[in-house]
Each structure stands twice: as structure tokens, then as C-alpha cells.
Design a protein around this ligand. Structure first.
Ligand code: PLP
Length: 475
């Protein structure tokens, strides 16, 4: 052991070697020194603990070996913590994996605005100050039929701003069955409290009648709120209040009607096997005064909260001090403008916007993709490892279409000699991270959310996992 201890190279020797100097050039003197000290200290501790027996490989004490380890650690330290991942869960709007991917045109718009000065708040004609909301105003009007619009940080912010501007210190009437919790601490009653509006719930959980709404209206009533139960359904013996019924009451008593649509789609997805979801333009047509929805759910754009509706209410929202705090940035606005532009041609939107493309991919294409993935995996997997393709279902996610199950194909691996959880963990720790589903001893890759370029990444990652596995079982 003593002999080995004295053979650990000195920090100076390591630094002065050709590879050492190269590392200092690429990183920094301090980082390289600290990493060398870390690696050599670990070897020293290992030897002092008695690892110096016949199983110890003396090659581990060579300059090459130590610096290779140092380089690996330095490289790992430069990898971003918020990094791209492969989504093989099949959940299209996976909130923890970042919800919607942007279309090519949205990406281009965003980079151009990030790298250059932009026309964010300037009027080209007059050279005077303009409004950041103007860029999407025309498109939102054209696509939804609403008079005016404003965009904020996310839909939670949109609801908060709406309630704070129109209903602070006053009453808001809502059906008991629509007191939604979205997760991530967004609950309608809590948002209501934060906005200083007073909640007036009417009806039973499963049934509510227009007459109950009408009876609850007082001189204190500031607005009637409808919240789309995006992530759950009340089924069976039920009666909800229709937006049109609320609009009738709103008009009779001169009270604005607001709808939080949640996902807020601009296209009808029923031809692709999804159930009916109200579109934003349907709510505007039904007479809602304001409609709020997310930018990164079914719309397939950047994270944003979009509010469309009557000009006089939007004006009030724009003037509220909270609006400045919830303000949307130039990257979001540029990506949103480009995404909305795609919707002028719906068939193109379906192809170009990744969220819509993934939700509407045909079974034939999914099957072909699964076969390509499987044949690539078979080339790198040990022969005894069981694999296959199975029909399964994908979820939409993001609190949209909670009951819908989209038919899909999954590629399955039953790891031989380790658990499916262990393989899934290794895949998550790969660079890039691969996220999968697990089911009864098998790891599943749902190809609905796997893009062409992801197939190679999955195959490489699985290959690495199984090589490591082999090594570990030989050690
Ligand atoms: C998702 C959702 C929200 C929150 O939207 P974010 O954009 O995630 O802030 C609010 N209300 C409903 C009904 C939703 O579905």
C-alpha cells in the first residue's frame, strides 16, 4: 500500500504534462487543480482503506489515467443542468419535461429577436414608443374573433390579473363543480383570495342551474366565472351551466362573463380521435367578455397566458399595476407571433406545430417508427434480452383531454439481470436524459413523442447502459 501511495503523481507533475497543460488552456488553472486534487484524494482514501491488494490496478496511478478522469469530470461540470431530454413517455404535453416544443418558425423568430435589437415597443412609422402587445393583436383578433387581447407570463397569471382588475373587493360567482386545482399550487379558490375577490360558489358538485346563478347575483357581483374542468370530468348524474346561459345572465344584469379555458385550442381535434374541446373562437362567439388560455398547452407555443375579449375590459387589465409584474418578454412574444401565424393555414399548423403533429400522428407512422427503433435496439442489446412492439395508449397530458387515450405503439425492453426501474434510472442519467414508462418488469418507449432524431439517441443510450451493465457484472 505504501508503495502505491508514493506512486500517486504530484499535482505539479500532472499540471505540467502535455494533457495537463491542454486542460488548463481549455478550462481554468483553478478548476483543473481542484479536480486533480479531488481525484487523487479519492485514490489516496481508497488505498488507506485497504484497497491496495492484488485487485488494485496500478495503471490507475498513471498520469494518463488520472487526467482522463479529471477531463471527464470537468466536462460533466460544463453540461447545462437545464438540458434537452428525449421524451419517450408518449405524454405530449408533459409539464415536467417542458410542455410544448416550438415550431421551426417560432424558433427562428425567437433567436433573431434574442440576437438583435428588435421592434419590441416601438412604432416604425412614427419612431415613437409602441406597445409590445401590438405584434400579436391582429393575429389573435383574426383567429379568435375577439376585439382585443393581452398576453402575460402564463395562464395562472392571466386569471390572477383578470380577477384582480375586474373583481377585487367584490364577488365572483362560479359553479361549485368548477373549483379547479391544476397542480403546482394553482387552485381557483386560492387565486381568488390572492386577487382579493370574494368567491361565491353555487350549485352542487355535480349539478348547477342558471336559476342558482341568478339568485346569487347581488349589487356586489363583479363577474361570472366559468372554468373549464380541463384535467377532470364530472360524469353521470350531472348538469353544468353552459357559457351561453351565463352570457344571457351577464347581459341581463350588465355583469362581465369570463371563461378560463385552460388549454385553449384554436383547432378542432375530433377528426383525429380526440374528444370535443371548446375552441377559443367558440367561446368568443358564445359571447364571453374575456377568455383566458395557455400558450404552451394545446396551442403548441411558448409559455404564456393569453387573454382575449372586449376592448373595455382588456384596457382595464392593461392599466392594472399587476400587469407590469406579470409582463411577457420579447422571446415569448416573438415565438407566439410565429406560432399564431401558422394557424392562418390550419393544415400547415397541424404539420408544423410539434404538439399538434404529435397528437395527430397516424397509427401507420407510429408503427413504422416503432419498428425502426426496435431494429436499432436489437443491434445493441444482448441476445437474451426480450424485446417487442405492443399496442398501447398515450395520454395528452398538461391537464388536457383527461379521459382520452390515443392508440399508439410502444417498444418494450425487458432487461435481463436488472430491474426495469434500474434501466429507466440509467436512461434518465444519460446525456441527453431519456424519459420512459415502466410496466411490469419492462421499460416502454412510446414513439408518439419520439422524433426521428431521437431514435439514434435512444439506441446509443441503451447501448451505453448495457455496456456498463456488462462491465459491472464482470468486475
Ligand atoms: C393549465 C390551466 C391553468 C394554468 O395555466 P398555466 O399556463 O399552466 O399557468 C389555469 N386554468 C386551467 C383551467 C388550466 O387548465
Amino acid at each position: 500500500m505504501q508503495e502505491y501511495l508514493s506512486k500517486i503523481p504530484k499535482v505539479n507533475h500532472l499540471l505540467e504534462s502535455v494533457q495537463g497543460m491542454e486542460l488548463v488552456e481549455q478550462y481554468s488553472h483553478l478548476e483543473v487543480v481542484e479536480t486533480i486534487q479531488g481525484v487523487t484524494a479519492e485514490i489516496r482514501t481508497e488505498l488507506l482503506k485497504g484497497a491496495g491488494g492484488s485487485s488494485f490496478n496500478p495503471e490507475r496511478l498513471t498520469i494518463e489515467h488520472i487526467l482522463a478522469q479529471v477531463e471527464e469530470r470537468l466536462l460533466a461540470g460544463t453540461l447545462a443542468l437545464l438540458a434537452p431530454a428525449v421524451n419517450a413517455t408518449g405524454i405530449v404535453l408533459h409539464t415536467n419535461l417542458g410542455r410544448s416544443l416550438l415550431s421551426t418558425s417560432a424558433l427562428q423568430a425567437m433567436t433573431a429577436v434574442a440576437a438583435n435589437y428588435s421592434t419590441l415597443e416601438i412604432n416604425r412609422e412614427s419612431g415613437e414608443r409602441g406597445s409590445r402587445y401590438d405584434h400579436v393583436q391582429g393575429l389573435l383578433q383574426e383567429l379568435t374573433g375577439a376585439e382585443d387581447s393581452i398576453v402575460v407570463n402564463n395562464n395562472a397569471a392571466a386569471v390572477l390579473l383578470t380577477l384582480s382588475s375586474l373583481a377585487a373587493e367584490q364577488e365572483v360567482i362560479i359553479a361549485r363543480g368548477e373549483l379547479v386545482e391544476i397542480g403546482g399550487s394553482f387552485r381557483i379558490p386560492d387565486v381568488m383570495k390572492q386577487s382579493k375577490a370574494r368567491l361565491v360558489e353555487v350549485g352542487a358538485t355535480n349539478k348547477v342551474y342558471p336559476a342558482e346563478f341568478e339568485e346569487a347575483i347581488t349589487a356586489e357581483t363583479a363577474l361570472l366565472l366559468k372554468v373549464h374542468t380541463s384535467n377532470y370530468r364530472i360524469i353521470g348524474f350531472t348538469r353544468t351551466i353552459e357559457l351561453a346561459e351565463m352570457v344571457k345572465l351577464g347581459q341581463k344584469y350588465q355583469i362581465p362573463v369570463v371563461e378560463d379555458l385552460g388549454s385553449g385550442s384554436l383547432v378542432d381535434l375530433t377528426p383525429y380521435g380526440l374528444s370535443y374541446e371548446p375552441r377559443v373562437q367558440d367561446s368568443i362567439l358564445a359571447g364571453a367578455d374575456l377568455v383566458t388560455f395557455s400558450g404552451d398547452k394545446l396551442l403548441g407555443g411558448p409559455q404564456a397566458g393569453i387573454i382575449v375579449g372586449k376592448k373595455r375590459y382588456i384596457e382595464q387589465l392593461k392599466k392594472h399595476p399587476l400587469n407590469r409584474a406579470l409582463r411577457v418578454d420579447k422571446f415569448t412574444l416573438s415565438a407566439l407571433e410565429a406560432t399564431l401565424r401558422e394557424y392562418r393555414n390550419p393544415p400547415r399548423a397541424r404539420k408544423e406545430i410539434p404538439t399538434l403533429r404529435m397528437l395527430t400522428t397516424s397509427k401507420r407512422i407510429l408503427r413504422e417508427r416503432a419498428e425502426r427503433l426496435l431494429s436499432g435496439l436489437k443491434e445493441v442489446l444482448p441476445l437474451q434480452c426480450k424485446t417487442g412492439i405492443k399496442e398501447e395508449v398515450s395520454r395528452v397530458g398538461g391537464g388536457a383531454f383527461p379521459l382520452d387515450q390515443l392508440p399508439t405503439y410502444v417498444v418494450e425492453i425487458r432487461p435481463d439481470g436488472s430491474s426495469e426501474q434500474e434501466l429507466a434510472r440509467k436512461l434518465r442519467n444519460n446525456n441527453p436524459s431519456i424519459f420512459t414508462r415502466c410496466n411490469h418488469g419492462k421499460v416502454l418507449f412510446d414513439v408518439r413523442t419520439v422524433r426521428e432524431q431521437d431514435i439514434m439517441l435512444i439506441i446509443e443510450a441503451v447501448n451505453k447502459c448495457f455496456q456498463k451493465h456488462e462491465q459491472e457484472s464482470h468486475d
